[in-house]
Design a protein around this ligand. Sequence first.
Ligand code: AMP
Ligand code: MG
Length: 317
Amino acid sequence: MSAVFRAAQLCQQVQTDMVQTDAVEKADRSPVTVADFGSQALICQAIGEAFPEDVIVAEEDSQALQENPQLMQRVTGYVDSFAAAIPSTQTVCDWIDRGGGEVGERFWTLDPIDGTKGFLRGDQYAIALALIVNGEVKLGVLGCPNLPQKLDDPQAQRGCLFVAERDKGTQMLPLDGQDSERIHISEATHRFAESVESTHSDLDTHAQIAQQVGIIDPPIRMDGQGKYGVLARGEASVYIRLPNPATPDYRECIWDHAAGMIVVEEAGGVVTDVDGQALDFSQGRRMTGNRGILATNGKLHPQLLECISSQSPLAVD
Ligand code: AMP
Ligand code: MG
C-alpha cells in the first residue's frame, strides 16, 4: 500500500511539471510517460524487496527508456526523489523489468498508470495493483490521485486510495493520510460509469441500455479504474464496458481490471464480463476467455445481462 502511495505522489509531481518530451508513443500507438515508468519502478522495487520470490506481471518494460537517454534521465530523477534508496539508471531499468513476469499460480499484476490518456489531459487515472493466487484476486490497491473524495462536492479534497482484501471488505483512504473508511455499494439505481475514450467501449449502446433500465442521469465518464472505486462507494450503480464494434476481438488486459474487481466485490458488488462469465485472470496478460466488463451493485446485474444479450448481435447467432 505504501508503494502505491509513493507512486501516486510521483505521478502527481510529474503531472505538475510535465514537459512535452515526457510522453512517448508505444508500438501500439498508445502513450506512455515518465510517470508510467517511474510508478512501475517504485512499485516493482517495493514488491521485490518485500516478496523476493514473487512474480510481477506489469504493463510496461524498459525498452523505450533504453532507447531514449533523455527520458531515462527524467525517470531516474523522479525515482530518486521517491524511492527509499538512490538508484542508478540501470537499477531503475531492472526494477521496471521485474514487471516482465509470466502469469502463474501466484503473481502480482500492475498497471503503473491506468488511463494514461486521462493523465495527459490532467484528468483521472489510477495506479492499480493486485495479487492473484490460483486464479483468484486476493488483494487490490487502487490509487486515484485526482479523484475527489465525493464526486458531487466541488469542494471535496482530491486523492483516494481504495484497498480491498478478500473477505475483509473494501476501505477508502484519502491520499493526504487521514483515517480509512469502509465503503459499500449502493442498492439504489443511479448512474452508469464508463470510459471517456469512445474507442474503448460502445457508448451508444450503453446509453440505450441505461434507458432500458430507467437511468436518466448522465453517465460518469472517467479514465482508468477509478470507475470501480465510484461504484464501490455507491456513487454509480454500474460500470459497463461493452466491446467497441470496431474492435470486437479486443480482449481486456488483466492489470486493467484485477484490482478494480476486488474493490467492487468486497464492497458488495458483482463483476463479470458482458456475457455473465467470471473474469479469468489465469490465461495470460489478456483475458482471452472474456468479452468486455459488467460491474454492478449486484441488484441490477441479472437485468443488465439480459439487456446486453438482447442487444448483442452475437445473441442472434
Ligand atoms: P479506460 O480509461 O477505462 O478507457 O481504460 C484504459 C485502458 O483501455 C487502457 O489501459 C487500455 O489497455 C484499454 N484499451 C485500449 N484499447 C481498447 C479497446 N479497443 N477496447 C477496450 N479497452 C481498450
Ligand atoms: Mg491500463
